[in-house]
Design a protein around this ligand. Structure first.
Ligand code: CAA
Length: 415
């Protein structure tokens, strides 16, 4: 075995042997140093993402939130920057970057605006990467380059009124008729649903078979019988995200639209969530970092009782706890991304990262609003938006309860 391969194998088995391996020691048993640093390429992608997020996304986030309008002009820009299909191979229009780099992109976007980061986690994580994993050569060549350039937008149609956390119980049906399938049913909370050109739609051809009856379809949104409207009501956060209610009325799609084998749709859905959840975890890390940055700045500059408030130990405690949470979330997010770079699915580690990072960011946003006092209660300061947005990250792509179920099942095994 070559030195590099042996080192990689050993690092992987060490990491698998104890999930604390990465955190406990900077050296493994053989005296080799575990490397916490980013490569030059990863640093370059991070700084490109940071510059874009801080110059082009953050300054307009408040306006987009107030207008409840997705800043669509950013899609083409993200395409130019190679973010829309990051880890996908160049032959399909992707940028062929590693998962760690892609997590850095999500993190930087999350620091600026969760609505934009949420767009990407669905478009790239749930749609483009799912087609990359499960699509035929023809499907990949047809759809991936368009998604990568941002000419087409993708959405992922899983959630229904009676099937949220229990995704295996979807009621949308796919009836086989000759060379086609006829889709009927209803989907809710579909991010990008109102602006998408392509939808991955999950429907059952045999409801009695539960998840084994589910099929995944690539449905172009101009197909007759694909109807969409904005979700009713005003969301707590993610007000610049596009959330749609979609109905299928005798929507006819050819059998060639199947993504994966008939009946494999539940696995297609879950594997896509392994990608998407990493995007949510990294985005939550970005929110937590943004809260910490805002609090440090405020604690340095805000004066009360004749001195900066950062001199008070109660404020210092908040900052120190937040910094510890941010560091822990970062290590978990980067570990999950790194495992994917080693060719592993990393389902448990991704759920751990999503669970911890979203909960840590929720604590951070709660404390950030309090620390900013009256200013934190107004959209004059972005912490007010972070506080509203972060609840969404705890819910979508699997609530914190669901992440705990995924983790516990992996620990206990299936009975
Ligand atoms: N990759 C591949 N296959 C997987 C998998 C994965 N990550 N996870 C499970 N599977 C397979 C299992 O191995 C099993 O296969 P076999 O039948 O061959 O053994 C099959 O899928 C069924 O698995 P389970 O028995 O574990 O299924 P379950 O019905 O008990 O559900 C669950 C498990 C984890 C609760 C799952 O339903 C779940 O993740 N629910 C949450 C759904 C969710 O995240 N929804 C978010 C919607 S998307 C969204 O929010 C985006 C948006 O637009 C806003």
């Amino acid at each position: 075995m070559s030195g590099a391969k042996r080192s990689r194998t050993m690092r992987r088995s060490n990491l698998r042997a104890t999930s604390w391996g990465l955190l406990r020691s900077a050296r493994n048993d053989d005296g080799e140093t575990l490397d916490f640093s980013l490569t030059d390429t990863q640093k370059e992608i991070q700084s490109r993402a940071r510059e874009f997020a801080q110059r082009e996304v953050a300054p307009r986030a408040r306006e987009a939130d107030e207008r409840r309008e997705f800043p669509r002009h950013l899609v083409a820009r993200m395409g130019e920057l190679g973010f829309l299909a990051g880890p996908i191979a160049r032959e399909y229009g992707g940028a062929a970057i590693d998962y760690t780099s892609f997590a850095l992109v999500y993190e930087e976007l999350g620091r600026a605006d969760s609505s934009v980061r949420g767009f990407l986690a669905v478009h790239a994580g749930l749609v483009a990467m799912c087609i990359n994993d499960w699509g035929t050569e023809e499907q990949k060549r047809k759809y991936l380059p368009r998604l990568a350039r941002g000419e087409w937008i993708g959405c992922y149609c899983l959630t229904e009124p009676n099937a949220g956390s229990d995704a295996g119980s979807i009621e949308t049906t796919a009836e086989e008729r000759g060379d086609d399938f006829i889709l009927n049913g209803e989907k809710i909370w579909i991010t990008n649903g109102g602006i998408a050109n392509l939808a991955i739609v999950f429907a059952s051809r045999d409801r009695a078979a539960r998840h084994k009856g589910i099929c995944a379809f690539l449905v172009e949104t101009d197909t007759p019988g694909f109807n969409r409207e904005k979700m009713p009501g005003m969301e707590l956060g993610h007000r610049a995200s596009d959330h749609a209610h979609i109905t299928f009325e005798n929507c006819r799609v050819p059998k060639s639209a199947l993504l994966g084998a008939p009946g494999a749709g539940f696995k297609v859905a879950m594997s896509a969530l392994d990608h998407g959840r990493l995007g949510v975890a990294a985005g939550a890390l970005g929110v937590a970092q943004a809260c910490l940055d805002a609090c440090v700045e405020f604690a340095r500059t805000r004066k009360q009782f004749g001195q900066r408030i950062g001199n008070f130990e109660m404020i210092q405690q908040v900052l120190a706890d937040m910094a510890a949470d941010v560091d822990a979330a970062r290590l978990l997010v980067y570990r999950a991304a790194w495992l994917k770079d080693q060719g592993e699915r990393g389902t448990r580690e991704t759920s751990i990262a999503k669970l911890f990072a979203t909960e840590a960011a929720t604590r951070a946003a709660d404390q950030a609003v309090l620390l900013h006092g009256g200013r934190g209660y107004s959209n004059e300061f972005p912490v007010e938006r972070f506080y509203r947005d972060i609840k969404g990250l705890q819910i979508y792509e699997g609530t914190s309860h669901i992440q705990r179920i995924v983790i516990a099942r992996d620990l206990l095994g299936k009975e």
